[in-house]
Write a protein that binds this ligand. Structure first.
Ligand SMILES: *Cc1c(COP(=O)(O)O)cnc(C)c1O
Length: 389
C-alpha cells in the first residue's frame, strides 16, 4: 500500500461492537479488569491492555499505530506537544555531564530547551554549523549523547546533508535525532537518510486546520531507547489525550492531499512575491536558485513545504505590512488551512536579547508566511496590497 492508503486503512486493535468506521474516542482515565492476574499483567507490561490513560489509551494507540504503519518505525510515542516530544527524547538520551551537538539554527523553544532548561540539569549544548559535517564531527566526544538537527531549520530554512551527519554520528556510536516537522513523513523516508529518531510537531501538517497541539517520536530502533522513552513518558506525564489523537488521526487521513495543494500554492506565491519591487528577497526551497534547492530535492523530493520567508526594506515595513493584511491572519503556527503571517523577530524570538537574536541570525526585516488552502490569487492579492500599502 502507498502512504496515502496507509493513512486511511488500518484495522483497530479490537473490533468495535457497532462497526464504527472512525476510531471511538475513549474518554476515560482508567480501565477495569476481569481479575487480579490480568490486572497485574497489564500494570507490569505483560499484556497490552490499557490500565491508565497517562500511560496508554486505545485512541492514542491507534494514532501511533497509523504513524508506525506509514514510517515503518519500531516504536511511535505520541506526546501532548511537539516540545514535549523533543523534551522526552532529550531527557531519554541526555544526563548530567553529557553534551548535545546541534546548531544555533533551531526552532526558538528547542534552542531555549537545549541551551537553558537542560543546561540547568548539567547537560552541555554544543552549537556548531551542521551543514559542515567535518566541523560537526570535531565537536563530538565521548560525552556526546546525540547530534540534533532540524531537516529544514525554522525560520532560516537551512538544510543539512543528513546522510553525512548520520555517518558522523554513527562513527561515534551515537544517534542522529531529526526534527522533521517541515516535511511530512508521508513524503520522504528519514530512516533511509540515516535518521535514528524522528520528531514531529503534529500540531502542524498532521493536525490540519490547526485543530490541536501534539508531538510524535518515531523510533527506528535505537538500542535501549524505547525502554527509557517509556519511563520518561510515564514519569513526566506528557502523553497525548484521546481527543487530540482522534483529531490528528483525521488530519493524517487527508494530510497528503492538503500538503500537495499547499506546496503548489507556496511555490506560486514565492515566485510572484519576487516580482514586487518592495520585496528585497524571498527564501523558499522550491526556488531553483535557493542554495539548498538541490540538496532538498535529493533528500525530500520535489515538494518544498508550505513555509516561506521574505524580507522587506525595514522592520517598520514588516509591521505596516502585517497591519494592512485583510485575508491572511496575523498568527503563529504552521500549515494551518488558513494562510498565516508573522514577524519572528518581535514575537517567537521577541524575548531573546538583541545579541541572541543576532547569533541565531533572526532578521528584523523578515516575514514568515505559512501558506494555507485558499486560492493562490486571493492570497497573493492580499499580500500585494499589504506590501504596497
Ligand atoms: C512548532 C514546532 C515545534 C514545537 O511544536 P509544538 O507542537 O508547538 O510544541 C518544534 N519544532 C518545529 C520545527 C516546529 O515548527
Amino acid at each position: 500500500m502507498k502512504n496515502r492508503t496507509k493513512a486511511i486503512h488500518l484495522d483497530y486493535q479490537r473490533q468495535d461492537p457497532y462497526g464504527a468506521l472512525n476510531m471511538p474516542v475513549y474518554n476515560t482515565a482508567a480501565y477495569e479488569f476481569e481479575n487480579t492476574d490480568v490486572m497485574a499483567d497489564s500494570f507490569c507490561g505483560r499484556n497490552d491492555l490499557p490500565d491508565y490513560s497517562r500511560v496508554t489509551n486505545p485512541t492514542v494507540t491507534y494514532y501511533e499505530r497509523k504513524v508506525k504503519s506509514i514510517t515503518g518505525a519500531e516504536n511511535v510515542f505520541a506526546f501532548s506537544s511537539g516540545m514535549a516530544a523533543i523534551s522526552g527524547v532529550l531527557l531519554s538520551l541526555a544526563s548530567a555531564g553529557k553534551n548535545i551537538v546541534t546548531s544555533n539554527h533551531l526552532f526558538g523553544n528547542t534552542w531555549l530547551l537545549i541551551t537553558k532548561s537542560l543546561g540547568r540539569f548539567g547537560v552541555e549544548s554544543r552549537l556548531c554549523d551542521l551543514t559542515d559535517s567535518a566541523e560537526t564531527a570535531s565537536w563530538i566526544d565521548a560525552s556526546t549523547c546525540c547530534v540534533y538537527v532540524e531537516i529544514i531549520s525554522n525560520p532560516l530554512m537551512e538544510v543539512a546533508d543528513l546522510k553525512a551527519l548520520a555517518d558522523v554520528a554513527h562513527k561515534a556510536g551515537i544517534p542522529l535525532v531529526a526534527d522533521t516537522t517541515m516535511i511530512p513523513f508521508t513524503e520522504f523516508s528519514a530512516r533511509e537518510l540515516g535518521v535514528d529518531i524522528e520528531i514531529v510537531s503534529s500540531t502542524k501538517y498532521i493536525s490540519g486546520g490547526g485543530t490541536s497541539i501534539g508531538g510524535l517520536v518515531i523510533d527506528y530502533g535505537v538500542e535501549g531507547f524505547a525502554g527509557t522513552m517509556k519511563e520518561v513518558l510515564l514519569n513526566f506525564g506528557a502523553y497525548m489525550t484521546p481527543q487530540v489523537a482522534y483529531m490528528q488521526t483525521l488530519g493524517l487521513e487527508n494530510l497528503d492531499v492538503r500538503y500537495k495543494a499547499q506546496c503548489a500554492t507556496a511555490q506560486e506565491i514565492a515566485e510572484r512575491l519576487r516580482t514586487l519591487p518592495q520585496v528585497v528577497s524571498v527564501n523558499y526551497l522550491g526556488l531553483e536558485d535557493n542554495p539548498y534547492h538541490d540538496l532538498s530535492v535529493s533528500q525530500f523530493g520535489h515538494t518544498f513545504g508550505a513555509m516561506l520567508t521574505f524580507d522587506l526594506e525595514s522592520e517598520q515595513a514588516c509591521y505596516d505590512f502585517l497591519n494592512r493584511l485583510r485575508l491572511v491572519f496575523r498568527a503563529t503556527n504552521l500549515f494551518d488551512n488558513r494562510t498565516l503571517a508573522i514577524h519572528p523577530y518581535s514575537t517567537i524570538f521577541g524575548t531573546l536579547t538583541k545579541e541572541e537574536r543576532a547569533r541565531l541570525d533572526i532578521n528584523p526585516a523578515s516575514i514568515r508566511l505559512s501558506i494555507g488552502l485558499e486560492d493562490a490569487d486571493d492570497i497573493f492579492d492580499d499580500l500585494k496590497q499589504a506590501i504596497q500599502g
